[in-house]
Design a protein around this ligand. Sequence first.
Ligand SMILES: NC(=O)c1ccc[n+]([C@@H]2O[C@H](COP(=O)([O-])OP(=O)(O)OC[C@H]3O[C@@H](n4cnc5c(N)ncnc54)[C@H](O)[C@@H]3O)[C@@H](O)[C@H]2O)c1
Length: 362
Amino acid sequence: MLGPVSLPVLVYGRQDRPGVFDGGIALRKVSVIGAGGWGCALACVLCRNGHDVTLWSILEDEVLALRQNRVNQAKLPGVRLPEAIEITSDLSAACSGKDLLVFAVPSVFVRSTSKMAGKYVGDGQVIVNVAKGIEENTLYTMTDIISEEIPQADVAVLSGPSHAEEVGREIPTTVVAGAKSEVTARLIQDTFMNDVFRVYISSDMTGIELGGALKNIIALAAGVIDGLGLGDNTKAALMTRGIAEMARLGLAAGGKLQTFAGLSGIGDLIVTCTSRHSRNHNAGELIGRGYTMQQAMDEVKMVVEGVFSAKAAKKMAEKYGVSMPIVEEVNKVLFDGKTAKDAMNDLLTRERKEEFSQMDWE
Ligand SMILES: NC(=O)c1ccc[n+]([C@@H]2O[C@H](COP(=O)([O-])OP(=O)(O)OC[C@H]3O[C@@H](n4cnc5c(N)ncnc54)[C@H](O)[C@@H]3O)[C@@H](O)[C@H]2O)c1
């Protein structure tokens, strides 16, 4: 099924003490930069944890509507923002004097937003990026971009299988926070974690970010498989071979293999390839049914990040000399007019291979 899915409100959270976690977390001043689906859902998590939360949007209309209705009807219908969340379009007020900033704008706006925010960010101020993508011309991850534009910040990442539609309704979710220092990783864990939002920590920022960006491309391909009317076997094959090529690139770029077996790797891949909430999957499904890339993007009506990441991943694979056959075929379908059926056929009839390298043959 395509388009927004309606879900009941608050199906799991602790109704007796909403959002309050027994872990004794320190209360902090936090701003969420970007008020789309994910920004709104994370602002709710942080507010329920008791923090002082500000939510910023560049769109004046969005700010006015959010102040009035407390719901982002276009991006996260059915999830009400608590009254305690302050909503603003003043970036200086949103960034200055906060303990932690969460960057939740779509990946295409991460550089422009970082450029605007930089002058308000203090030395060592923690910025947690939650956008998923690779910048096409630089091949930078999102934290690379933020670090370049705001060098004084301590930049980290939070990622994993986490649809805003479910997090906003307190459906149990688990993610991973990646940071350069353990102190920062634990600060993020401590700030976000509650009894329905579990946060692990890791030092492998490269692996976490590449997992989050690359899985969107495999999710597009999973949608194509559904659009072509193929089966569960086919999709399982795609996901398994997909994580293999994601990990190959991730390792070449300096990530750790275990990260690709973790929440931001296989975890996020599973949720994005199988979920009705995934816009990448939905766009792929339309392409599988015969839509062009542009027609599919127009129909989904949201930024389909896998389309941008596909080009960047192909360039990265060439840079590191890594084989990424699925990413290559997705690029051909998106940008060279190849049919989804031909791409599928070419993947299946590639030269014969071993499943992985270094076999212990007799
Ligand atoms: N939605 C999810 O479930 C989810 C989960 C995990 C991670 N993410 C990641 O978080 C990021 C944001 O996703 P989303 O679903 O909230 O996207 P979205 O499409 O809902 O975000 C749109 C919002 O971006 C902001 N915006 C629009 N134009 C802008 C501009 N020019 N400059 C700065 N901000 C602008 C506005 O607040 C707008 O509402 C993406 O990278 C996505 O991959 C999303």
